[in-house]
Design a protein around this ligand. Structure first.
Ligand code: HEM
Length: 150
């Protein structure tokens, strides 16, 4: 359920300042900035403001952008891109001293949307160093593996 108290804790103007700074960092970012080249930053800020104000419970605010899945479908967004945006968001929220409850709700909301933004499940490193012995082909009998330089 939406909690209007969350939006009130931050306020509409502070929310705009946070989102403006967030997109300033995103547009200039070495990992994900390229995806935003040629995009209308002022419009994105406005849409993101509506979107965020809405889930933080702002009364009377309507999100006028596309659904998340549609807006991101034309971009190839990997898990690492998603993590990078999340990290920039975390840092921006902390630098602006956004109230803790609002930070938590915002991050939780972002994580909950992950499957609408990227089909890439995890970006965590998978351990490929352990291979089950039955999956390792034995060396051919006529060419045994030689270890060392002898
Ligand atoms: C839960 C996380 C995310 C949220 C809440 C979000 C939110 C938004 C919103 C509100 C828009 C405007 C949509 C419109 O105008 O119709 C947008 C557009 C966009 N987002 Fe995201 N976004 C998220 C994740 C990402 C990620 C991870 C990337 C890439 C690293 C990304 C890249 C873009 C781009 C490039 C656009 C412009 C789309 C276009 O006009 O072609 N977004 N996003």
């Amino acid at each position: 359920m939406k909690d209007p108290a969350l939006f009130e804790q931050l306020g509409g103007e502070a929310l705009r300042a946070v989102i403006t700074e967030f997109y300033r960092r995103v547009f200039g970012d070495v990992m994900i900035g390229f995806m935003f080249q040629g995009k209308d930053r002022a419009q994105l800020i406005q849409r993101e403001w509506e979107f965020t104000a809405n889930f933080l419970g702002a009364p009377g605010v309507t999100y006028t952008g596309r659904p998340m899945r549609t807006a991101h479908a034309q971009h190839t967004i990997f898990g690492g891109h998603f993590e990078r945006r999340l990290q920039i968001l975390r840092e921006t929220l902390a630098d602006h001293q956004v109230p803790a409850a609002v930070q938590q709700a915002w991050i939780d909301h972002t994580l909950a949307l992950r499957s609408q933004i990227t089909r890439d499940q995890g970006s965590e490193c998978k351990d490929t160093s352990v291979v089950a012995p039955e999956h390792v082909a034995p060396p051919p009998a006529d060419r045994p593996i030689k270890l060392g330089r002898k």
